[in-house]
Every structure is written in structure tokens, then in C-alpha cells.
Design a protein around this ligand. Sequence first.
Ligand code: AFP
Length: 342
Amino acid sequence: MSRISLTRHLIEEQREGRVTPDLRLLLEVVARACKSISVAVGKGALGGVLGEAGGEAGSVNVQGEAQKKLDVISNEILLEANAWGGHLAACASEEMTHSLPIPDAFPRGNYLLVFDPLDGSSNIDINASVGTIFSVLRCPDGVSAPQDHDFLQAGSTQVAAGYCLYGPSTMLVLTIGHGTHAFTLDREQGSFVLTTANMRIPAQTREFAINMSNQRHWEAPTQAYVADLLAGSDGPRGKDFNMRWVAAMVGDVHRILTRGGIFIYPWDRKDPARPGKLRLMYEANPMAMLVEQAGGAATTGRARILDVQPTSLHQRVPVFLGSKDEVETATRYHLRHDSAAA
Ligand code: AFP
């Protein structure tokens, strides 16, 4: 059987009226940028790309996190690739304080792109999986020079979302709102090939992912839920659970899309001003769309992530996502706790 490339897949989606020519071009450009990032990541120490950005002084992003050289390189690759195609009005990134309108020298399109150029950057120097996460929104009508507030749209309005996982193989996982599809990079041919159409997350699971070292900082319902998972067949859940933690959300979500599970990054008391660690616009929203399109669920522990109205570009949010029944169970623990406390 002939192989279906990403290009062919998108052209067929365009013929079905599911994707506009501009959105197709945008997604092809993002995929091309991901190939370049994959090459840079793959060179490792030989490419001189490991370690911190900014020399001895180091550099930090708007989150106050140390930037790695590959964070900066990946951000530049995505910005450069998307500047001139005429399909985008503006970009926003984890690595930039504010959004960036497309330069006046180039035509502006109707879409907004927001991304985490290299998620899981603490994995870079240990040669473990990292990834790029992206979300595509419509530029509001009548806006020719979009600013940060134009990006503040609920995740349910995303027109496309995806990630590229740089692991033993490079994989692009994409949704345009008609299922979640996985493409594997054929390094010799230089093209992404459809390897799993319509990924489906099993509704039930025996696997969870959470950074247990934060346990003492969690709120009561998260403590109670995870305690019951750990109690296994001796506790109220009546079955044993296994635990996995990649420390790059892309890796954990990819495992869940492949074989099920629940991924949790809850609110914790380490910094009460921060509602969780993960960012809504370029981590939680795109992953929630991919997971829902594969039959899973994604909540803040209390409400659907895709319904959260963003109030700032770099806003954080608690995340519970993956196998539908398990996410609903975890959410019930939080809602029950809230109604008992009311
Ligand atoms: P970085 O990209 O800053 O390394 O953070 C990765 C991440 O946002 C997400 O991809 C992981 O799931 C999570 O943080 C890992 O967090 P811990 O540091 O608590 O393991």
C-alpha cells in the first residue's frame, strides 16, 4: 500500500473542506520547522547545542526559567520559518514575553500560532525525549496587528493543535478537529509519513504520571486521589496502578495517546500564586484538544481545560488528562471535596 505523507493527508483534508489552504500551508511550515529542530536536537554534543543559553551569565525566559541553547535555537527556527509565508498574523512563544506580529515586510494571514518550542528542556543534556507543542487560533476579525490580548481565546476555539516528539524516532501528532493522527519522520526521505490514523485512548487505565516529589504540597483532593491509586488492589480502587514520568509533557502525552494513562500536574502550594506549573495556551490547550480528539478527557481537576477563558499569554493551569474514566474519577475527587467544604 502506498504511504500517506503529511502533505497528502493535508491535501485530502483540504478537499474534504476540513482545512483551508492557508491553514494547510501553516501546518506544513510548522512541520518543516520541526524537522529542522529534530536535526539540531539529533546532533547533540556534536552540534555544540547542549547546555545553557547566554554564556556564563545565562539567560532566563519570562517564566524565570533558565534557557537552554536548544530552547533559543528552536524558538528562532519556528519564528523564521513562519515569518514570510503569508499565512500567519502573529506568533507567541514560551520563550518570548510578548507576542510578535509578522514583520511589515511580509503579508499577514488570518491565523495566530502559539508554541512551546522545546518542551522538557531539562531532558536535553541527558539525551532523553523532548518536544515542540503548538496551537493554532484564528486572528480575530478586523485585527491587522494582533497583540497579546488577541490570543486570549478559550482552547475550544483552536483550529489545530499538535506536537512533535524528538525521541528515538521523530513523530508529529496532529489534530485539525477531525481525529488525532500520528506521523513518523522518514529521515532518509525527509517526510512525515502517516503511521497511526485516528489514535484512540482506552477509557480505563492502570497507569498514572505525576511528579511524586511534590506530594506534600498538593491540596487535599489530589492527595486523596493519588493515595487511592497507590493503595492499589488493597484500596478502594481494587486494582494496582503503575507509574511513569518522562519529565517532558510531550513524552507523557504520547505514551497516553499510544496506550492510555492519566497525566497529572496539579496545583500545589510551592508557589500559591501559580495555579499549577503548565502553561494553558501552549501546553494544556493543545494537549487537551489532541487528547479529546482521541476520545480522552482533560480537566483542571474541576473544569474542562478547553473551556478555561485565558486571562494572560503565559497563564498556568492545573492539568489532569488522558483516559476518560480515570480523568473523570480524579475530577470527582476534587468536586466532591469542594461541595463538602461549601
Ligand atoms: P521544562 O520545559 O521547563 O523543562 O518543563 C517541562 C514541563 O513543563 C513539562 O513538559 C513536564 O511535564 C514538567 O514540566 C516536568 O516537571 P517536573 O520538573 O516537576 O518534573
